[in-house]
Design a protein around this ligand. Structure first.
Ligand code: ATP
Ligand code: MG
Length: 282
């Protein structure tokens, strides 16, 4: 049995549970208790506030955790980052009132900066040789300058919309973050369960952004089409009943899909089908 801590309510909760469910690990999310058992995998879930996750994993009360890298950096907890999970992308940035001119890190000398991330901020200030006063506040950091509590803020930014609507501009990005899977010290049994989970997680993440494509193509164009469509090993080519035609199957990156389809059509491809990929196991 392995225990994983995930955020109980918030921006990472749904996607953390979705990742596990796509990996075939189903947890009863309707009756969300403090501790829940997976139906068909030796795992239990501990629902916590995100701030508590790194410390609980480092302390051994949970074996694994899914949490924003920003929280790992802030707590400085002694955990191992096992995987970057590709969701919950954001950054920790310094922002100042938009009408002020930004002159570089020295701008912050002697200023008051409001933040919920004092440790990450003091690291950046030290690295840049700046002395500033850190004002720790746990919520609504973005209104601190307008309320006269600070001269600048250091906070989570994703689209930047919140900054703009509060009359602020982002001037320094200090830390890029996304959700990460973290682990504490694991014995051999737990490591084996984690390896099994990772095999499934990797298959789920690998399928993201990819599509399965199949089409009919004149046999004499197959060589050229194969050059456009490198697959995991190479595309699958099958003869069709109709003389002179083949069926060609491959996996392509979604962002390259339209470009490839246009080139394949120009070669004479017909009946092109694009299908959703559920899992990719290399
Ligand atoms: P909790 O009640 O669990 O302490 P919280 O309010 O501290 O929740 P959320 O706002 O749910 O936290 O954010 C959780 C994590 O989601 C953040 O730590 C960060 O890693 C990530 N995240 C991604 N985009 C954003 C964003 N635009 N604003 C805030 N957090 C974001
Ligand atoms: Mg929190």
């Amino acid at each position: 049995m392995i225990r994983i801590a995930i955020q109980s309510k918030g921006r990472l909760s749904e996607e953390s549970l979705a990742l596990m469910s796509e990996a075939g690990i189903r947890i009863d999310a309707i009756k969300r208790k403090f501790l829940a058992r997976a139906a068909d995998f030796p795992l239990e879930v501990l629902y916590l506030r995100d701030d508590d996750i790194p410390g609980v994993v480092a302390g051994g009360s949970a074996d694994l955790g899914i949490v924003g890298y920003n929280e790992v950096a802030e707590t400085g907890a002694d955990v191992r980052i096992v995987r970057r999970l590709g969701f919950g992308a954001c950054r920790l940035s310094l922002a100042i009132p938009k009408e002020q001119e930004y002159t570089g890190p020295a701008f912050f000398e002697g200023k008051r900066i409001a933040t919920s991330y004092p440790n990450v901020l003091s690291g950046w200030l030290r690295a840049n040789g700046v002395n500033a006063q850190i004002q720790k506040i746990m919520g609504s950091v973005e209104i601190a300058p307008a309320a006269g509590l600070s001269d600048a803020i250091f906070d989570i930014v994703s689209s930047g919309g919140t900054l703009v609507s509060n009359g602020l501009k982002e001037v320094e990005t200090v830390l890029e973050s996304e959700a990460v899977l973290v682990a504490g010290t694991l014995d051999a049994d737990k490591q084996a369960i984690l390896d099994k989970m990772l095999f499934r997680f990797d298959a789920v993440m690998e399928s993201g952004g990819k599509k399965y494509i199949l089409m009919n193509i004149p046999t004499d164009k197959v060589q050229e089409a194969v050059k456009i469509l490198p697959a995991m090993r190479s595309p699958t080519v099958m003869p069709l009943a109709a003389e002179g035609w083949c069926s060609l199957h491959s996996v392509v990156l979604e962002r390259e899909l339209w470009d490839k389809i246009e080139r394949l059509k120009a070669l004479g491809a017909e009946g092109i089908l694009v299908l959703h990929l559920d899992k990719v196991i290399d």
